[in-house]
Design a binder for this molecule. Structure first.
Ligand code: P6P
Length: 343
């Protein structure tokens, strides 16, 4: 894409390839980039600006809808992304990890015949926030669906409860040694690196694909013995083949490294919690969409996650995502173990 170096130039240039594109999605993706720059600024100064640590509400720690302690940056990131998205005329509703219900976005009060935007956004504003106070990478994950309900009214749950294969776009922001925004609209995965001296994201990783060889496997070692049968067998094979183990505690960072170096991320369900920990709408589905676009595979135990029909806004799911060859071997191990030892 000659000349389309910044995120905005690239998004607009690629829009021309979509017949009938109105520019609405381009505007939404650009707005997400703007919110990412704002969050990035706070994360980079977190240690200096008193924004580390647990968020306090009325003198007590606060928890999100998941019952998890909220970090101050969790709340800042949620406020920032939801505020920027609510100002975007293309958005009709938002589901955020930090909020219990749908955040409705009604522009009809702005006059000009503005009704409700035609897209809905599912977002984990700050993934891996327990890493914040120890200065390890964190991220933002988002997925964008076209609404199914009438645009003359507010967004409904059915607008969000769609399979990952029907996502219009998905991406993540990785606040790491450098800050990157990686996204796909279904035409490949493209990575942009932020230059704070200019205040722009520049195309740095066009058309990202999982490499042929796999080098890494990612899982919290503490859960291996509790994982569903077959996971442990697969990990033994990874170790015997000399793969290296890497796990940062931030899904975005692990997914991004595995995409570049060749790897697989596993957060299995356990016999006690077969549903797993990670959230379907704003963690698993966006990464499943990206993995598919990059030649990878994403599964939740026995199913291709792209095709799973969600039933609840904050439902959890086991998550296995990464290199297609590795995922095939993991699936074989799980299925063989299921035959030997039905759960
Ligand atoms: P555990 C962060 O809380 C997160 O949702 C992912 O980013 C990360 O991979 C995982 O959970 C870490 O969970 O149980 O290993 O600490």
């Amino acid at each position: 894409m000659i000349g389309a170096n910044t995120l905005q130039e690239f998004v607009v240039a690629r829009q021309a390839e979509f017949a009938g594109a109105t520019g609405d999605l381009s505007r939404l993706l650009t707005d997400i980039g703007t919110a990412a720059k704002m969050v990035n600024r706070h994360i980079n100064r977190a240690g200096l600006s008193g924004i580390l640590g647990a968020h306090q509400s009325n003198g007590n720690g606060s928890t999100n809808v998941q019952g998890e302690a909220q970090q101050k940056l969790d709340v800042y990131a949620d406020d920032t992304f939801t505020r920027v998205l609510q100002s975007c005329l293309k958005v009709g509703g938002i589901v955020s990890e930090e909020q219990p219900g749908i955040i409705h976005v009604d522009h009809s009060k702005r006059g000009e015949g503005r009704g409700y935007g035609k897209y809905v956004v599912c977002i984990d504003p700050l993934d891996g926030s327990s890493n914040i106070d120890v200065n390890i990478s964190v991220g933002t994950i988002f997925g964008i669906h076209r609404r199914r309900s009438p645009l003359t009214g507010p967004a409904t749950a059915e607008d969000f409860l769609q399979p990952a294969k029907d996502l219009v776009a998905a991406g993540y922001v990785l606040y790491g040694s450098s800050t990157m925004l990686v996204y796909s609209t279904g035409c490949g995965v493209h990575g942009f690196t932020y230059d704070p001296s200019i205040g722009e994201f520049f195309l740095s990783h066009p058309d990202m694909k999982f490499p042929e060889k796999i080098k890494v496997y990612s899982i919290n070692d503490a859960y291996i013995n509790r994982a569903i049968p077959g996971v442990k067998d697969y990990i033994k094979s990874c170790r015997s083949e000399g793969l290296t183990a890497r796990y940062t505690g931030a899904l975005v960072a692990d997914f991004h490294r595995n995409l570049i170096q060749g790897g697989v991320y596993m957060y299995p369900g356990t016999v006690a919690k077969p549903g797993g920990k990670l959230r379907m709408l704003y963690e698993a589905q966006p990464l499943a969409f990206l993995a598919d676009q990059a030649g990878g595979v994403t599964r939740c135990h026995h199913h291709d996650l792209l095709h799973v029909q969600p039933t609840e806004l904050h439902q959890r799911t086991p998550l296995f995502t990464g290199h297609a060859g590795a995922m095939a071997r993991l699936q074989d191990a799980i299925e063989q173990a299921a035959v030997r030892q039905p759960m």
